[in-house]
Design a protein around this ligand. Structure first.
Ligand SMILES: [Zn+2]
Length: 459
């Protein structure tokens, strides 16, 4: 672990000093280093147009995701449309410097809102075909019963309420995106791509649609055989993939994700255009990136499955599973967005549900009772609280958090002190995080605790 972080810091930034406690988290480094890494990652989504081939242009940084324009003989094709019409119109205005031909077709790589909500801005009065995979939208329909809590967790993961002094980015997307018109420009699909895929010629451009489940079941990747350009959707971007989103998601089929990326690599593209972050150009670079990405996902999956079958639980596996050494320093696999430990937990739950097979966890103690017993073990509530403060003083932030979460249940404790310790410990962890969702979540939660937005028991 230490070697991993150390070497990637060397690659990215030159110097990286680590302390013992920081080596605990897979995505933690010294505060200056973590911040510099995240700042460097911002180059991946700075606003601009990338010419990826003679007739293909990708707009990066106009919202969180990318949108691309393929120029044909008598029209253009748009791949993904950003979150809403305002950002889409901004991207289109820039595209128009390269071609003023009418939009003949729109393609959604998958149904997430940041790829579909701006379509109307591209079409004007025309009625182009809108292509999407069979089962389009299936990812959006699940878990609606828990939308209220998912919305709160979404705000934290993306740091939507963070002040500028605490804001960095979202791992594969900038902060401060235009969101007031989200979804307002969505146009429903008119052409369904079947599971066997589809080949078409649109505006004189040969184009292939391949079904490729991964981040969502309705994902597809788009291949231009003549230009050798591949549009990967969100199954590839420059970061270890978000195999699980801490805002709360149903299981994402990790094995299918790896297989879909392997199929992309078989095409040996000259350019891969990700759903987010900069295109990767050059046949060797693009193909290697896809091969590595598929292997990384598969390795995390296989290690987790082996551990499960050896009887290990998710807590243990989340700390044991690592990226293979030869992939650890690849710039497109650094855990700015997705995280290996979270992926391991998601795979565990996705395959087996919550139960870890240990009878101790079949019916664990109720949290308030467990807190009382922890206090007894420590020699009383005062001593447990003192341990909590001592952990914070030693920058042992995770332990401070875990103790604070016991102290908060104790009626004879200084709960206000526990709340303050939790706030400080969260900020201590956040300062050392280069995984953007973790960092944003820690900071957002600390701010909510400080401003009294959470209940007495911090839910
Ligand atoms: Zn996306």
């Amino acid at each position: 672990m230490t070697k991993n972080i150390f070497s990637l810091c060397l690659v990215l930034l030159g110097v990286c000093a680590l302390t013992a406690q920081n080596a605990r988290g897979q995505t933690q480094a010294e505060p200056d280093t973590a911040l510099r890494m995240l700042t460097t990652q911002q180059q991946q989504f700075e606003q601009g147009i990338v010419k990826v081939s003679d007739n293909v242009f990708t707009a990066v940084g106009f919202h969180g995701a990318n949108t691309s324009m393929i120029v044909g003989t008598d029209g253009v094709i748009i791949v993904d449309t950003l979150m809403g019409p305002t950002s889409a119109a901004n991207a289109l205005a820039t595209f128009r410097k390269y071609s003023d031909k009418p939009v003949k077709a729109i393609i959604y790589t998958h149904s997430h809102g940041d790829h579909i909500g701006g379509a109307s801005a591209f079409v004007g009065d025309a009625q182009p075909d809108v292509y999407a995979a069979d089962g389009f939208g299936s990812a959006e329909g699940v878990n609606q019963a828990v939308d209220p809590v998912k919305a709160r967790r979404n705000v934290r993961q993306f740091g939507r309420n963070l002040p500028p002094t605490e804001s960095t980015n979202r791992g594969v997307a900038p902060t401060g995106t235009i969101d007031h018109d989200r979804g307002k420009g969505f146009l429903p699909p008119t052409v369904t791509v079947p599971s066997s895929g589809l080949k078409a010629t649109i505006a004189g451009v040969e184009i292939e649609f391949h079904i490729g489940p991964g981040e969502t079941d309705d994902a597809m990747f788009i291949w231009l055989p003549k230009e050798k350009v591949l549009f990967a959707g969100d199954n590839f971007y420059s970061s270890f993939p978000n195999l699980y989103a801490i805002r709360g998601t149903a299981y994402r089929d990790v094995l299918s994700w790896s297989e879909s990326v392997a199929k992309m690599a078989e095409l040996k593209p000259h350019v891969v255009v990700p759903g987010h972050t900069m295109p990767i150009q050059g046949q060797e670079a693009a193909t290697t990136a896809l091969t590595d990405y598929s292997e990384a996902i598969r390795s995390v999956y296989d290690q987790t499955v082996r551990g499960i079958n050896a009887g290990k639980g998710p807590d243990q596996l989340a700390h044991e599973v690592k990226l293979p050494e030869h992939l650890q320093d690849k710039p497109y696999l650094i855990q700015f967005y997705g995280s290996v430990p979270h992926a391991v937990r998601a795979i565990y739950t996705g395959l087996l549900g919550w139960y870890d097979g240990n009878p101790t966890t079949l019916n664990p103690l109720e949290p308030r009772l467990k807190a009382k017993k922890m206090a007894e073990l420590a020699g009383g509530t005062q001593r447990l609280s003192a341990q909590m403060e001592a952990a914070l003083a030693k920058n042992d932030y995770q332990w401070a958090l875990e103790l604070a979460d016991h102290v908060k249940w104790l009626e004879d404790a200084d709960r206000e002190l526990a709340r303050k310790v939790k706030i400080e410990a969260l900020r201590g962890l956040a300062a050392r995080e280069y995984n953007a969702p973790n960092r944003n979540y820690y900071l957002s939660y600390a701010n909510e605790l400080e401003s009294g937005q959470l209940s007495d028991l911090w839910f």
